[in-house]
Design a protein around this ligand. Structure first.
Ligand SMILES: [Fe+2]
Length: 296
């Protein structure tokens, strides 16, 4: 065998090994290319838009805005689904998105999403909620109270919650909370969300405060630690595991399939003003956990 033949064989092997099926966890045929972190979709599943968030756009929300880090941080696939799922979800004005967040750090800070708040739903006085489900990898969902009217004082959210989640876990973002997702593991984090298609997220408030109230840093031992954002001062954080929280009980069912089976269970995402009791249960579970004060 000549040299060129063996090298192309090796490349082919590498290509095969790098593609991981996420079918079972996603609930539809989905493949992750572990070399690039990009997703591959089968025929019949369409993707409305694809966009990547890069280091330069992330600098305003980093613990160290001058830190060295990877060029591409995460890729968002918006409005994903088969014609059937889109039809069922569309009846409730819902959209399914996927996000892939790379592992690693910038300086000491773990790779994360930019973070945003959700706007008020017109005429209701409540902001839109959202649900996430981890498909593979480990995530930290950092939620902080975002409504100025609900804050204890200007620039300091009254409540900050950090939810650790793994494959299959569902995390509810109730009305009134902004959120950031951090890749807490050493592999790609793939997560999906169902959300109302009736709004655009607000990136300005967190950007103006240089991120959320705490930064998640690598602890040097393969784990993570919290560091306060000086723009907010010392902050109390409730740290929980997703499995201990109520909310949308999807069991082991991917939320993509759960919506196919009974889309009306997701109506609260478009009609949060009618679902106060559900959000109150989630918040009651948070408040059963004593907060830790994060100081410099
Ligand atoms: Fe969101």
């Amino acid at each position: 065998m000549d040299g060129s033949g063996s090298s192309s064989l090796a490349l082919e092997d590498e290509k095969t090994v790098s593609r991981v099926s996420l079918d079972t966890a996603a609930g539809f045929p989905l493949t992750l290319d572990e070399h690039t972190g990009h997703l591959e979709f089968p025929q019949g599943v369409s993707v409305g838009s694809v966009s990547a968030r890069r280091l330069e756009e992330m600098r305003p929300v980093l613990a160290d805005p001058a830190a060295d880090g990877p060029e591409e941080w995460y890729v968002m696939y918006r409005d994903v689904g088969s014609a059937d799922v889109r039809r069922r979800a569309g009846a409730w004005r819902l959209r399914y998105d996927l996000t892939v967040v790379r592992p690693g750090v910038a300086g000491r800070e773990r790779i994360k999403t930019a973070g945003h708040d959700h706007p008020l739903k017109a005429g209701t006085g409540v902001t839109y909620p959202e649900i996430y489900q981890v498909i593979c990898g480990r995530a930290l969902y950092l939620l902080q109270e975002s409504s100025p009217a609900a804050s204890g004082e200007a620039g300091r959210p009254r409540e900050v919650v950090l939810v650790e989640a793994g494959p299959g876990d569902v995390v509810v973002i109730p009305p009134g909370y902004g959120h950031v997702t951090v890749n807490a593991g050493d592999g790609w984090l793939v997560m999906c969300n169902w959300v109302s298609d009736g709004f655009e997220s607000l990136y300005g408030p967190m950007r103006a405060a240089r991120g959320a109230a705490v930064y998640v840093l690598d602890d040097g031992l393969g784990g993570w630690m919290l560091s306060p954002n000086p723009r907010y001062g010392a902050v109390a954080v409730r740290c929980l595991r997703a499995g201990a929280l109520p909310g949308l009980d999807s069991g082991a069912v991917p939320v993509y399939r759960a919506l196919m089976d009974s889309p009306e269970r997701f109506a609260f995402l478009s009609y949060p003003e009618r679902a106060g009791e559900m959000f109150a249960r989630v918040q009651a579970a948070w408040r059963a956990v004593a907060p830790v004060v994060v100081t410099a």
